[in-house]
Write a protein that binds this ligand. Sequence first.
Ligand code: GRF
Length: 199
Amino acid sequence: MNELVIFASGSGSNFLSIINHIANGHLNAKIVGLITNKAEIGAIEIAQQYGIPHCVLSSAQFTNNKTYESALLNQCVQWNPRLIICAGYLRKIPTNLILAYPNRILNIHPSLLPKFGGHGFYGLHVHKSVLESNETHTGCTIHIVSAEYDKGPILAQERLAVHPSESAEHLAKRVLKLEHQLYPKTIASYLKQLNNTTE
Ligand code: GRF
């Protein structure tokens, strides 16, 4: 089975979209757990609503990065996913996890990478920068997670035209809508590719 572990730090709308695509048969996978670095976020409410186990690993629980990194790896090993799906997870993915799951951690970013990616480009910052740079197009990118922020191999992108007078919030909403379609679709085709090469 194509088990997924989701990593999230926010409202979890991409997480919900993946749940819905599985439920309606467009994505052949099973979500075995959610890992967050924050308590009381929308993603946890969604997990509870759908009976998906969740685990909060916040920095306050750990005396240093090493203990956080091994707790994160231990939880993943316990859930044994085929893929780890970062859906708005705001902590850097540690090297021990990248080594344990080579080419098996995906991320979604709300811009056309390599533009507007890297440290500091998250949430509304991305869309504000797109508008300030007078870009005619933006969109979203799905990529494999590597050691550097937003730098791993790109699997898919979807574009849209920027309206010159729109707000960053409005643009964020339009990009998010694209994300909700592109992420499940890309996970489905990547799982197929992965299963064909390992069979
Ligand atoms: C999305 O815009 C995603 O591209 C970025 O974080 C946001 C998460 O949104 N990495 P949500 O929590 O899925 O609603």
